[in-house]
Every structure is written in structure tokens, then in C-alpha cells.
Design a binder for this molecule. Structure first.
Ligand code: FES
Length: 105
């Protein structure tokens, strides 16, 4: 596995949201209430962008149909229409003064 840096820790603060594309992977890095999350950038329900999603106590709510996902493991917690797959999340890794993720070699 190799470390892929995404952001310097000094650049992070609450309400930080930034897109990354690493190889074929689309990622959204979010800091909210002091917690950092790395998720896919579009909702698994109908692909609505999650840039403006509300996050409270580790739960993300998509702005379009208000589906809710647990950020810890991406589990679908609430669906108002048909169920969808879970939200993809990645564990964050800290190395030196940067945060990133581990990718296969
Ligand atoms: S597109 Fe996100 S809840 Fe429907």
C-alpha cells in the first residue's frame, strides 16, 4: 500500500470541503465539527453532489431527498424512497503534517 497525501493539516478547518481525483477515484474531503471524513462526492441514491450536505453528529444528510448515511461506515440510516447502497467512505491516514489515504501499489 502507498500513502497518497491529500491535504496539509494546516489548511484544514471546520466547513472545509474539497474534491480530489486520484487515479479513477473521486473523493470528497470534509471537516465538520472538528472531525475529518473522506467520502465519495455524489449520493449513492441518485448521484446528487454532496458538497452542501448537512452533517450532524457523524450523520450526513443528502440535500436532495434527505437520505441519511452514517459517516463512520457509510451505512444507509434513512431512506424516504427506494433504498440504495451504502455511501463509500475511506479511512484517513496521517503522515507527517499531511492527511491522506492508503492506496494499493
Ligand atoms: S440523491 Fe441523495 S437522497 Fe436522493
Amino acid at each position: 500500500m502507498r500513502f497518497q497525501a491529500l491535504e496539509k493539516l494546516i489548511n484544514l478547518s471546520d466547513n472545509y470541503r474539497r474534491h480530489f481525483r486520484i487515479d479513477q477515484l473521486a473523493l470528497l474531503l470534509i471537516q465538520q465539527d472538528g472531525e475529518l471524513y473522506l467520502i465519495e462526492p455524489r449520493c449513492p441514491h441518485r448521484e446528487h453532489p454532496l458538497d452542501t450536505a448537512r452533517i450532524e453528529q457523524g450523520v450526513l444528510e443528502c440535500p436532495l431527498h434527505h437520505y441519511r448515511f452514517a459517516l463512520a461506515d457509510g451505512q444507509l440510516l434513512h431512506a424516504s424512497e427506494e433504498p440504495c447502497r451504502h455511501l463509500r467512505t475511506w479511512p484517513l491516514v496521517y503522515e507527517g503534517n499531511e492527511v491522506g489515504l492508503l492506496l494499493p501499489d
